[in-house]
Design a protein around this ligand. Sequence first.
Ligand code: SF4
Ligand code: MG
Length: 321
Amino acid sequence: LLEIRNVKKYYPVKKVRNGEDISVKAVDQIDLTVNQGEIVGLVGESGCGKSTLGKTILKLHDITGGQILFHGEDITNYTEKQMRPLREKIQIIFQDPYASLNPKKKVVQSVMTPLDVSGKYTKEEKLKKVIDILNEVGLSEKFLEKYPHEMSGGQRQRVVIARALINDPELVICDEPVSALDVSVRSQVLNLLKDLQKERNLTYIFISHDLSVVEYLCDRVAVMYLGRIMELADKKQLYGNPLHPYTRALLSAIPVPDIHAKKDEIILQGEVPSPLNPPKGCLFSTRCAYATERCHKEAPKLVELTDENGAKRSVSCFLYH
Ligand code: SF4
Ligand code: MG
């Protein structure tokens, strides 16, 4: 459904170092293929470029380099006019439902907006579609006349989901869709997203810093660090046998429910380096316990490996090349 080839998004920064312009490589050399009906997770600490990659796929900003293909069609240089029919097919759900809903609009108006834009339906058809989609996300007709401030966070995010789905998209980018919600309603909204995906055979790119949420929802997972993919694997492979030292450290830090179960937590040394001044060589080299001299000079590529069962996975680390 979606193919991303060597995609880059750099932000120029005014400062000049040694006469050279500095740019922040928010997203760098990303290759990723997303199949129809699949849920692909993008995980990493804040600032790793996962949200920027989501916006790049939606073409919400210019792209510095690379190609984006949707249904095999290169949409990289599409104008906004060419993008318009695709806007129905690719939707995004943001973290904060309160910020993504217009406070002055009733639910019926907000959810109907994408239908107004498409211009395909009569007034009665539009209202029926709004009621149907609200029911599908678990909200009754009595929500039609409500304003955002009259609802809970979970209800607001259901409205946002309804609005994203009303034009039957194929690909939905979910950017931390439950992070702003109370812990008590997170699993309800996650289950809703999971059910909708199954019923409608949707494709999700699911962005999150929470590895447990990603494990619950996703089929495949890409671990990002400073704008690049460090490891990409099926969920079972990634969680059962993480290869990259960064993935291992992230997974070891997930709290275990059983307090008697002992887990050896790998404490990451230092902080995430400034993207303005990233490490030379491997981006993870300043925090990696396995770093060798080579790692400080040369950057490993994301290389595809085949495991003993014939399954493919990719990792960007010299330990496996
Ligand atoms: Fe660590 Fe070297 Fe692998 Fe980078 S390439 S993750 S520094 S061992
Ligand atoms: Mg983000």
